[in-house]
Design a protein around this ligand. Structure first.
Ligand code: F0G
Length: 457
């Protein structure tokens, strides 16, 4: 097998707005010249002595799947040639990545789409896509000899950070909006040993306080403005292409909150295209909840010239974000790949979530915006019936059981006056049946269910 240069092939930092290329990042990962976000780029990839051979890279990554080495078993570190260099002694891994790609036959019928798959990033060690970025960024904190790491979070980032900090023997500080994240996520942070502060504000308020803190204390910021997070999260797209035998789908659909994930997936696709690992670019579309749609409004109403922050309000708590940090990176991805941005209602999210569940998979509410968005993109004609589509499911079905149970009992929108919209969706609602403890009652319930077959039959 041909030898492959490692990514010691100097990764460089660059500001996405003014192009300044600092040697190192400041504590808040903002450009010291203009205040915008930084990103990594890799000048030696396509020319010079360290240039990559795409076929050799694919073969190397495939071979690592049978390795017993911890780094090779990680679905992130397996692709380390595409990442900045972090030395192995600092790598903190929980064998993240390696997530399944599922077909979704029932959802495909619901969306009138003939070729539909989902890559389930909720099947990561702490049950969300955050682990792919966190393994890499937490390792960079370890390499930098930080004692404390910190994040603001709507739930998933905090659980992920707390786990990786614990594995790397670092202390972690979590800032979460009080009462606005799921109990499951809060409980994970506690078990993993984080100092967990529930602040009386929203996610955007938590971010503001954290940014001030990291400028005053030696605390390493692990939100997705940290470009190491984006690098780790890139690997989801690389793994997806490998799962598709390097044949890109026509569309990839991603939920949009703080917009780090869509930025990461888009960056990976552009880099893979440049490296000739793939021969064409899928269109990356980003879906927001209607009550938390600052990016949708920026693109559709302001031509992406600016983003007006808003107070976000959605039951999909993971994406209840009114001032997304990475909106300019996400805009670049939309433009470079030709994707679209859509918004979906609370009811569309809940119905889509139940439909993904009915395929035997399930996800958390924020992830279900992808299917709800696909339905709209099919109706508008942006996605045609035959085109291949991959939804990125970002979080696990067990994230928010309250949401799920209230939906199936019919309580979730009881006061919203949206009965008509829900009437069409009764077929996905399955309230639990409370019965006396006798066989006759159970048999009667079974017979009643058989008399009323649903589209499963
Ligand atoms: N889906 C889930 C399940 C999430 O947890 C998030 C973000 C998103 C989608 C949106 O991704 O921010 O990269 O656009 N959750 C964050 C958190 C912000 O704190 O866990 P994004």
């Amino acid at each position: 097998m041909p030898t492959i240069q490692t990514a010691e092939t100097a990764a460089r930092l660059r500001c996405i707005a003014c192009g300044a290329s600092p040697d190192s990042a400041s504590q808040d990962f903002r450009c010291t010249a203009c205040g915008d976000l930084l990103e990594f780029f890799f000048p030696g990839w396509t020319s010079g002595p360290a240039a990559f051979d795409p076929a050799a890279l694919k073969a190397l990554w495939f071979k690592r799947r049978t390795s017993r080495e911890a780094l090779d078993q990680s679905g992130v570190w397996r692709f380390r040639e595409l990442l900045p260099h972090i030395s192995e002694e600092h790598a903190i891994t929980l064998r993240e990545g390696n997530t399944p790609l599922y077909s979704l036959p029932r959802c495909a019928r619901a969306a009138d789409s003939e070729n539909l798959h989902a890559k389930h990033q909720g099947m990561n060690p702490t049950a969300s896509f955050k682990d792919t970025g966190m393994t890499f960024a937490a390792s960079s904190a370890h390499q930098g000899k930080f004692k404390w790491v910190a994040c603001a979070s709507t739930g998933n980032t905090s659980a992920s950070m707390a786990a990786y900090a614990a594995r790397g023997n670092m202390h972690s500080l979590v800032l979460i909006p009080e009462g606005k994240i799921s109990w499951g996520k809060l409980s994970q942070s506690l078990d993993y040993g984080a100092l967990t502060c529930q602040l009386r504000t929203d996610f955007d308020g938590c971010v503001g306080i954290l940014n001030q803190l990291v400028r005053q204390r030696p605390v390493y910021l692990l939100n997705s403005v940290n470009p190491y997070r984006i690098e780790g999260q890139k690997t989801a797209a690389v793994e997806l292409m490998e799962q598709l035998s390097w044949e890109p789908p026509d569309h990839i659909i991603v939920p949009g909150g703080n917009l780090g994930n869509s930025s990461a997936i888009g960056k990976a696709l552009l880099e893979m295209h440049e490296l000739k690992l793939i021969s064409r670019l899928p269109k990356v579309s980003i879906i927001q909840a209607q009550g938390a749609n600052p990016f949708y409004r920026s693109v559709c109403e302001l031509q992406g010239k600016k983003l007006e922050p808003m107070t976000a309000d959605t039951l999909a708590t993971a994406i209840q974000i009114g001032h997304p940090a990475s909106w300019k990176k996400a805009l670049r991805v939309l433009r470079a790949t030709g994707g679209q941005v859509e918004q979906v209602t609370e009811i569309e999210i809940a119905v889509a979530k139940a439909e993904i569940g009915a395929d035997g998979i399930g996800c958390e509410p924020a992830s279900a915006v992808t299917l709800a968005g696909l339905k709209k993109l099919r109706r508008s004609g942006f996605v045609s019936r035959r085109e291949s589509v991959v939804l990125i499911l970002t979080g696990h079905v067990l994230k928010d059981p309250d949401f799920t149970i209230k939906f199936h009992r019919g309580d979730l929108f009881a006061e919203s006056g949206a009965k008509n919209e829900l009437a069409d969706s009764k077929y996905v609602q399955r309230a639990p049946v409370v019965l006396d403890a006798n066989l006759g009652a159970v048999i009667a319930a079974l017979e009643a269910a058989e008399r009323n077959p649903d589209e499963r039959a």
